[in-house]
Structure formats: structure tokens, C-alpha cells
Design a protein around this ligand. Sequence first.
Ligand code: NOJ
Ligand code: CA
Length: 695
Amino acid sequence: MKNIFTLCLLMLAGFLNAQTVQSPSKEITVTFKLTANGQPSYSVNYQNKPVIKESLLGIALKDTEALDTGFEITNTQNKSVAESWKPVLGEQSVIQNKYNETIFSLVQKTTGRKLNIVFKVYNEGVAFRYEFPKQDKLNYFIISDEKTEFNLTGNHKTFWIPGDYDSQEYVYNETKLSEIDNDKLNLNNGIAVKSIGGRYVVQSPLMMKSADGLYLNIFEAAVVNYPVMHLDVTTTNYKIKSHLVPNAIGDKAYLQTPAVSPWRTIMVSNDARAIVSSKMILNLNEPSKIDDTSWIKPMKYVGVWWEMHVGVSTWDLSGTQDASQKSVGKKPHGATTENTKRYIDFAAKHGFDGVLVEGWNVGWEDWFGNWKEEVFDFTTPYPDFNIQEISDYAKSKNVKMIMHHETSGSVANYERRLDRALNVMKKYGYPAVKTGYVGRIIPRGEFHDGQSMVNHFNYVPQRAAEYKIMVNSHESSRPTGVSRTWPNYIAAEAARGNEFNGWSNGNPPTHETILPFTRLLGGPMDYTPGVFEIKMSHYDPSKTEQVHTTLAKQLALYVTMYSPLQMACDLPENYEKYADAFQFIKDVAADWDESKYLEAEPGDYLTVARKAKGSENWFVGAITDENPRNTTILLDFLTPGKKYKAIIYQDGKTAHWEKNPINYEIKTIDVASKSKLKLTMAAGGGTAISIFPVK
Ligand code: NOJ
Ligand code: CA
């Protein structure tokens, strides 16, 4: 009897200190409270159904008492925000930022230390973060663990890649939460984290779907001066805990008050389109820190690049290495003055903004997997790459050159040389750089996803902004909306790109239907679509590798994979060969006024229509996974009363990503806002549509 009485009292106390924050739509409710021992906790309901059960919050510190239990709430501050802002480049020209916010100010009774937990609740999800206010009792501190929990309500379908502190370049696994098992994967890339004490480490964003049709996504925003958050999943009870990436000596983050953690985000909706179209991650980042952004421009580019990946030419001068640094016998060097001019001519002829050249600088003979600190100097061209002549030629053709800085993971070396490298770019008029971080990080022991590397990836665009240079990083930690703050950070790879199709078992047809729900939530991806010669046997009859899509789907990716930096990655001769299909890549825009996600299902399909910035042209991309798909879309996004011409690039009758990938059809029809279009997609296929107003 006495026990029941105590229990009732405890429940009452819990109920009394529970406070709620709701989304503007009132569909999402967050309940925040302190547990009986004073530990902050939260839970989330969507349409009155629990989606996150009571989950604990807290931070463990090195050498001192944790910031977890013994707290009391000293103040609660609410605010509602509804504002809008204009991204420099984006999927839409105006972004709404609408949420309800509550700041819970806490004090730890035993130590007197202060901690705030801030919630922002949007219509499509919840965000919260830890704030460490300036205080004498907590000045400089070391985070040894973050104890944030996300306790799920069921055995959801999950799209996951294994935890790996150095890479996200994995194929997604689609399993129940209970079936997550990194140890079973045959991992050949990097050093994936094995199970730890019955828990499996996976990466975020973690996209899920519940049995009753709710879409859930756990991610983070504004990762600045903090390590990347992976997730520990206990597969027996669907409990998830944050897993911060350590540094060389096992510490997670070094902070000094005032400081904040990144935002932890939980998106939830019964409509998958609400997740892919959400701008919550961008909204949670700071506004642009660049005042004059006039030099930040969308770019479509070609490059001396794919020809190396498919083994036609090489990065190094001796002509002996392919993409995986295997010896390939003698092949020509790709980055010669003559070959670069050929690409410049091609870009000029077909209206591309830029040309990327890899293998232009000395160092490629021995750059990979060797722990060499000084591989590249980023300033010395190979003797057969006449940088002055090339930049003069590009200028005369109104084509911009894109620099390549492969660091081979030697970040110490790159930071030392960064200003000199940027000065060379300035001197020769290169407005954009593609950086690369292949291999293990030097200084040794650091990981791509640790705090110091996160700082590096944020530092390079800041530094580059001083030179009015745009940045596209490969092998960086994945972006978390930072392009709002540094809009010259126009793209990143940070997932498994199209290139894997050239020299590995590739990306299965489902891959591109998952990325918009995961990697792309954090910002634009340099996926490098546009492969027309789908099968690598084209280059070498003994090769079995191939792109796992039809040609038409490669076109659709220019619309479904948002990026203001888009490569037409195939070789000029392959585009000349399929010139009618190439027309779509020439026409498609890379910066948009509006984006309408018409259909979406993670792992299955995606259809999006986008209006080109400052124009009445629309482009539609529809993709499917390994299953053929028929659908009908309404063109009601078009201006009523206006006439348009639609050019439809679709899979041919016998198209199939594996059996007949290059089979496509192009037709032109008249359309208007009342039109309905039937789309027919092959297995691994897609449809791309250009819609132009008729004068
Ligand atoms: C990996 C990058 O993703 C790829 O685009 C580049 O060509 C190679 N590294 C060489 O830097
Ligand atoms: Ca890569």
C-alpha cells in the first residue's frame, strides 16, 4: 500500500514538472521533464501517438561529475517564430522558418553548474540542443560521452549504413531495427565500427518507417566545433543512444563556455514528402556569414575525371595507376594541356560553366594509403599541364576552371599550404575547388568525423570565402546544413557517389531513392550523374562493372539529387554519341525558385518538379528502384492558362538497368496546368522532363 502511495506521489511529481512544446500545427508534442533523480528527459508524440518514448538527456564529462542527474528547472522561456529567408542557392528562393521554442534553464543542485536544453518544434519535426552558458563552475571542459537517447516505439523498417568514423561511402541496408548487424556485413571500405556490448553503431541520418506508416528520421544540424553523431542501436528494444566520434586519445569534444552542441533532430510525418522537402536542417543553422554573395553561382561542369575512373587515362604522369591504385600498364596522363582544352571546347560548345581537372599537380605517383605527410603541394603542375595557357584558353572561351585539391587525408599538410594554394587559384582565375580526403587522416589517430576534422571542413570554406572561392568537398564529414552559413560551401560528396558504379559492385538501383531521405537532408551532394555508357565493358570487354540505372534515370538524377553544382561526368565522345539525350543535361537548371515533391517513398521512388530560378522553365525528375513503375503526375504546378512544351526523356520499351540500360525514348508534347502525364519507368529506370513555356 505504502509503495503504491509512493509511486503515485512520484507520478504526480513527474506529471507536475512535465512541460510540453508543440509544433505550430499542433501535430507534434514534445514533453520535457526531470526524472525522479533530476535527469532531463523528453518524449515525442505525433498526432497523439508516441513516436519517441521517454528518453534521457545528459552529458558525461572527463575528470568531473556528469551533467546528467540532480538538476532542477530554474526557468522556462517560450517563443514562437515565423520568418522567412532567402538562400543564395537552393531548392526554393524563399524558405519559411516556423517553430515554437522553449528554453529550459537547469541547474545541477550538487555542483551549481548550469545547463540549458533548448527545443524547437517544427511542423515536420523536433530539434533540441544543449547550451552550456558562461559560468565560473564550468569553463573549459571535455565531453567524454553524450547520453542523448532516442527510444523508439517499435521495430521500424530502417535504412542504415554501418558506423564508420572515416567514411559514409556505403550501400544502404534496408532491414528492421532488430536486424541491424554490422558484424555480418562484408565491409571492404574503411574501418567500420563493430558491435559494442550488444549495440550496433550506425550512421545518421537514420531514416525509418513504422509499421503504421509513419516516417521518422534521426539526424543533427549545425555540427560546428563538435564531432559527428553516430547512433548506438540496441536491437532488442529499439533504444538508440548518441555515439560521438572520438579523437586520437578517445575524447569527444573540447569546449569552453559559452558553448552549444549541434541540434539533435527527429523528423516525423505520415507523408514521406514532408521529410524530403523539409528545410528544418538548414533552418537550424546560422544565417550566411558572407555579406557579398554575388560571386556564389550555380555551376554545371564537365571534367577530366571519369576517363580516369573508367581507366582510359590516369591521374599520375607515369600512366600506371587506376582508380584503386592498381597497376594498369601504361595509359596516357589525363590532365594534359591538350586534353584539358578539349574539355574546355566541349564545355563552351554545350554551355557548361566549368571544367574540373584531376591529376594536374605533382604527387599522384604515390599518394594513396602510405601515411606520407607531404604528398601534394597544391601549387606545382605536372610539366604537361600548362596552367597559364589553360587558364587563358578557358577565359577566352568563357569557361571557369575548377581546381582539384586531393589531400590524401594529410590535413596537416593541406592546412599549412592552404593559403598558397588559394593564391594560385586566384592568380589563374579558378572560382571553385574540389577538395578530397581519401585515406586515413594525418595527424594520425584523428578521424574524418572527429571534432578537429569537422572544424577543418568548416574552416576551408571560411578561408576560401576570403578569396571568393566556392568549395565542393569529397570524403568530408557529411554536411548538416552548414551551407546556409557558408553558402560558398556549395556541395559535398560525403556518401557513396555515382563513381562507385565505375569500379566496384556499385550502387544498387534503390540507392538514389534513399539518399534524398538521408545524406541530402544535410545539403547538396556532388553525386556526379550523367553516365551514358552504362557498362564498363564499353572500355574493356573483361569488365563487368556497370551503372545500376538506365540512361533515362541518369538524366532524372539531375532533378532528384538537388545540388547547385552538377557534373555531366561522362566523356565528351559519349555525349556526342547520344546527343539527343544530352540535350536534357544542357537544358536542366541547377538553382531553383520552387520545388514540388510530387511522390516519395524511401527505398522505392521519388518524383520532384522544380522551377528554374528566374525563369518559367520547369524540370521534372522521377526515379524508381529495381522495380518498374507506372505513375500519373498532375502538372498543376504550371501557371494556369499558359501553354508549354514538354520534352519527355523516358525508358524505352525494353529498357532495364541491367539488360538494356541505354534503351530510351524522347517525345515532345504540348502541356498545360490541367495536363496529366503517364510515366512508365523500367526496372532501375526513370523519367526526366523539360517543360518550356510556348511564346
Ligand atoms: C575520391 C573522389 O570522390 C573522386 O571524385 C576523386 O576522383 C578521387 N578521390 C581522387 O581524388
Ligand atoms: Ca569519394
